[in-house]
Design a protein around this ligand. Structure first.
Ligand code: PLP
Length: 461
């Protein structure tokens, strides 16, 4: 009698596909995902890693626990409000609800009164104009970089009504040619349009005179950029928007101001952070801002300013390539017209409330409270500390916290793991305690082992 190869008993694909749990998963998972799970279990059995009798159970278990999305929710315990690696701004409850609505068919380009086509995203545009009375018109595109690309192309390379004789020049200060993050350099982006940069002044000082001497026949626009994530201190000077307005008028040039962070009005907490309203009142023809920085909304590029300029951008063919989708438009409108954003709440967190929450957490964990500064992040208000507190835990705990569900991302600094509650919604405090306690238990054996190797009594010689 020959010994039968146990691998011959591996359940076939058709049989596994017919399992009740697998059939039920069809409205939750794609055919590709389901088949990959099945193939994985069969392969494990062929390799002898999995017993043939366990294949069905394994497939059922994996199918039940698998979700179609691999992005994981995070509790941001870093104290950095607009955290680029964590998706910048968490949305307000109103914006989240709006996203849910916008997932279906919606009247994004239809007037339901007449049944006719209407311009796209009129409501989001109207909400933006209500929030910024100084703006005559507004345009929403995919992100801040796209807004800059569109402005530079439409003003300096080819207008909506046809190409310019030759690409024009962007007049810009050397002190404002910045790299934002992940290697994204504004000057390279602008040069990619074919426009030429006319750099004036020096890294630390630029005067009106520098701009004035830089104006030529081929100047297409004057651009002022908020340097966002760095500060030049000491012997410095730059030219403000109102002064540049004078020069722009003298030469009939558009003045574009890239603000980056998207504050609607001045915020006393961030005195050096420019806002859209003030920039427009000072004389900018168009300002550019990101929807997901200090505005606290979804990723978007906001262009606000004078009708003539905004309309020219909206008419340009490139505008279609960078337009925002219905989800973004819905979330922008609801961010502007709905309740407080988490970004605003974190920025204006009551220090006493933060302190008592932190003390309560520390007491539950038997840990220390230390003072800890939060940050705006996302290139906003560099060097401006947001005084607060953190619970101090051993550095090694950070990895276990990241494995939690939701993951907790703490600040690892100076050999410690710091939990800052500024960006953690208060309703999550209980869950956070439980997650940290779980991580402490998980990490306990490793901590014990390390203590032994560090203990001189356990070391040879
Ligand atoms: C962040 C930023 C941008 C890019 O905006 P995104 O929305 O990230 O594309 C452009 N300019 C400035 C000054 C910025 O701070």
């Amino acid at each position: 009698m020959s010994v039968e190869d146990p691998r011959r008993g591996i359940p076939g694909t058709d049989r596994l596909l017919a399992l009740p749990a697998v059939r039920r998963a069809r409205n939750r998972l794609s055919e590709t995902v389901i088949r990959a799970i099945i193939a994985g279990a069969q392969e494990a059995a062929r390799d002898g890693v999995l017993h043939v009798d366990e294949v069905e159970d394994t497939v059922e278990r994996e199918i039940k626990t698998r979700t179609p999305l691999s992005l994981r929710p995070v509790l941001n315990a870093t104290g950095v409000i607009v955290h680029t690696n964590l998706g910048r701004a968490p949305l307000s409850a109103s914006a989240r609800a709006a996203l849910q609505t916008a997932t279906g068919y919606v009247d994004v380009e239809m007037d339901l009164g007449t049944g006719r086509r209407s311009p796209r995203g009129v409501a989001a545009r109207a909400a933006l104009l209500e929030a910024c009375p100084a703006a005559e018109d507004a345009l929403i595109v995919n992100n801040g970089a796209a807004a800059l690309l569109l402005a530079v192309t439409a003003l300096c390379v080819n207008r909506a009504d046809g190409p310019l004789a030759a690409p024009g020049e962007i007049l810009v200060s050397r002190g404002e040619l910045i790299e934002i993050g992940a290697g994204f350099r504004l000057p390279e982006l602008m040069a990619s349009t074919g426009a030429r940069l006319r750099e004036v002044g020096t890294t630390n000082r630029t005067h009106l005179d520098d701009y004035a001497r830089g104006v030529t026949e081929s100047t297409g626009c004057i651009l002022k950029v908020h340097p966002s994530n760095f500060r030049v201190q000491g012997f410095t000077s730059d030219v403000d928007i109102a002064t540049l307005r004078g020069l722009a008028d003298e030469h009939h040039l558009p003045l574009i101001v890239d603000l980056g962070s998207g504050l609607l009005q001045p915020d006393p907490l961030l005195p050096d952070e420019p806002d859209i309203d003030s920039a427009l009142r000072a004389g900018a023809d168009a300002v550019i801002a990101s929807g997901d920085k200090l505005l606290g909304g979804p990723q978007a590029g906001l262009l606000l300013g004078r009708c003539e300029v905004i309309e020219a951008l909206a008419r340009h063919p490139l505008a279609r390539a960078v337009r925002s989708d219905k989800l973004t438009l819905a979330a922008i409108e609801a961010t502007l017209r709905g309740g407080t954003t988490p970004v605003h709440a974190a920025l204006h967190a009551d220090p006493e409330r933060l302190r008592s929450r932190t003390e309560r957490l520390a007491a539950r964990l038997g840990a220390q409270v230390v003072s800890h500064d939060g940050r705006v992040g996302g290139g906003g208000a560099p060097g401006v500390p947001l005084p607060g507190w953190a619970v101090e835990l051993p550095e090694e705990l950070a990895a276990a916290l990241r494995r939690g569900d939701p993951a907790i991302v703490a600040r690892v600094h100076g050999g410690r793991c710091l939990i800052d509650l500024r960006c953690v919604p208060e309703r999550e405090d209980e869950r956070l305690v439980a997650l940290v306690q779980e991580a402490l238990v998980q990490e306990a054996p490793a901590r014990e082992a390390r203590r032994h190797t560090r203990d001189p009594a356990n070391q040879d010689g």
